[in-house]
Design a protein around this ligand. Sequence first.
Ligand SMILES: [Fe+2]
Length: 367
Amino acid sequence: METNNIEHDLSLAVHELSVAYEELSLLYRISEIYASLSVDEICARIIDEAINTISVQTAAVLFLDEKGEKLYTKAYRGAWESKREFPKDDGILWKTIQAKKSCAFCKIKETEYSGYIPMISSLMVCPILGKAKTVGAIAVADKEFGEEFFSKDSKLLMAIATQAGLAIENAFLYSELETLLVGAIRCLVKALEATSYWTAGHTERVTEYAMGIGQTMDLESDLIEKLKICSLLHDIGKIATPKEILNKDEKLSDEEWIEIKKHPIIGAEILVELKQFKDVILGVKYHHEYWDGRSGIFGLKHDEIPIMARILSVADTFDALTSDRPYRRKHTKEEAVREIMRCSGTQFDPAVVEAFLKWVNLQRRVF
Ligand SMILES: [Fe+2]
């Protein structure tokens, strides 16, 4: 009898331990994977984690709108209506939001919530709380084999929601900071361009083209963000180029070209303090390198040239060719595209040119 008790206690302890371990390892895993992701990516991961860890058929992340009056679907998988919104009511979702802690679960068809969310039988909801305010809620529905939700499931969902709240709040803060940074850079660049008639609007156009190429190449979202900053800053070194050269109405002399060619390295020196943007600095520094190594500036070639610099090189040249210069009229867009194709494999990375051509074809307005 005593042995039986010990066995029972032991198996209970083992069970408790395994639940605690599962919860802890989940916390560890999701805190790792949420770092440096965008809000959309975090939501997609939350859905994955919820579906895989709790073994449910449906999961949805709901965000609270700015006025705090409506919950709207931010991400979902399974039997959920994609655009479903929930105005404030006394339903299970809002009750959970207002309680600000723990999960609520119910067999939805057997309660007054029947029909609240069609196609769902049982539902479990947990609020997503940030440090400063409530972000929204995560809802999971219908376990894989039709079982009920147990307290172990609610513990797991709470673990996911806790990490998600912090991660989403951080991602919001990060994106606000980034918007601020990009805004400040735009002001700086406008101030620079205002000093030279010939470069007005150049940076914004190059940024648009570079982003188009980067997206066509399916670059990761954080690289795309850095590419935007890199494009906006690529000519910042021209701040040190004598204004008489930048505004000269005739063809430049060899000495003047030597002065102009210093701007990538000066740009990199100006930006050296942006330690978190090391690859942005390298993109600025090498944006006039040639794919075949014959730029005559640093002599890097092929993959030695950072991808951001290779993209900028094409975007920058396309804008230069299609803009008036003091010593020549602008080329047509068709002529510029032909010139870029002609220099594929010599001045430009062929893979970047290919992406550029695809993007140009999509942008009928370019023609
Ligand atoms: Fe440049």
